[in-house]
Design a binder for this molecule. Sequence first.
Ligand code: ATP
Ligand code: MG
Length: 465
Amino acid sequence: MRISSLRLQLLAWVVLPLAALATVNLWTSQRNALATADLVTDRMLVGSARAIAEQVTMAEGVLDATVPPAAIEMFDTGDRDSVYYRVETAGGRLLTGCPDLPTASGDASIEAPYRDQLLRLATFSHAVIGAGPDSPIRVTVGVTLAGHDAMAKRLWLSAFAQQLALVAIAGVFVLLGLRRGLAPLIRLRDAVRSPNRSDLDPVEVRGAQSEIRPLIEALNAYMERVRAQMAAQRRFIANAAHQLRTPLALLSTQTSYALRETAADRRQEALVALQASSGRLARLAEQLLTLSRAEPGSRRPRADRIDLTEAARQVLETQAPTAITRNIDLGLEETGPVAVIGDGTMLREMIVNLVDNALRYTPAGGSVTVKLAVSDREGLLTVTDTGPGIPAEEREHVFERFYRVAGSSEEGSGLGLAIVREVVEHAGGSVALGDAAAGGLKVEVRLPLAAPDETPGGAVKSPAR
Ligand SMILES: Nc1ncnc2c1ncn2[C@@H]1O[C@H](COP(=O)(O)OP(=O)(O)OP(=O)(O)O)[C@@H](O)[C@H]1O
Ligand SMILES: [Mg+2]
């Protein structure tokens, strides 16, 4: 699980460096323990040597060295250490003790092997009054290292236990801190997962930290967008069903009428009406399909180089018969290719809807002109007609889905301009309505131009038919 791995990660980041530090610290504390044991042992050695030296006296002209038992017993710490000593005159004459015991030079103590054991030795010089050239005498005391080592080990072990406890306590606190710190995240997860949440309500996590709050806000904003989209989708489906219901009911009425009719010419009339209704129904279905395709995310985004001029020419060719039937002069004004980036099929569909509108709402004898131009970094497609135009207060609404200007002379579903806006915005452009010079409507579509193609033979693609 991801949460637990975050926990492990943080734990590792805190405890591992701490453990490494503790290891280094252990090494230094071992050295410290040894140094302390050395110091204590040396003090004892010097103390012992001094105690022995102070007992050396001149008795009847002869140096008398009697070793006091306390000087030896002070090493009796239960570690079974052996103690060796030697007392000699300044000239090197042995007064008492082991003749072959090594001597430490100066004040520093030494470690030296003696009788297969390692000894720590200290030598102490002491002036004896009246001893003449024999003064000062020198007392060397050596002791095996069992007590010394035991002391170093004890000191070190206690340091070790402290370090271990420190790391363990840090680990526990990290875990506790994490549990507290991650609690809002876990509450967020539970809130999002909760089966009671059906309507994409904003989640509320109390006590969320400043690092987590932006995540929650982003999540809520995202859910708000999804909710708005879902609502729009629901409205669209309801509208579409409503729009389909009316012509379907009409179709059914017309069918029963045709079936009831016995006179051949009346039946013929009914069938023609039936055909017109089903044609309108088919167009509505087609517009719905186009709109759903034009919606962002509904198809794989395409970014072909499209020549808008060529696309317009193709559309005009297909619309020419309609223009002739309605006695409308349909013309194209262009000065060459206008390369834009987008989806060829959808851009063509956009032009189809604009030309279809212009032809449909312009009375017979009028004219419709499609003009293509390039202005700074924009391709400009203008469709002008000599029809009634759209009143200024209606201009924003006609882009809404299923919206039709009240009293429209022609049949329609109110989806054409919605498709146009969807396609144009998807291609990064804009669409605006205006008044044509000769009266009628002027629709201006601006699309960003494709960057000039450097590859040789990089011809602008004609939209597929
Ligand atoms: N060239 C035009 N001249 C006058 N009115 C127009 C023109 N184009 C559109 N309109 C008005 O804008 C409204 C919306 O147009 P739109 O193309 O969205 O829908 P429609 O033409 O009614 O239906 P559809 O195109 O889906 O069959 C139309 O009902 C019409 O009243
Ligand atoms: Mg239309």
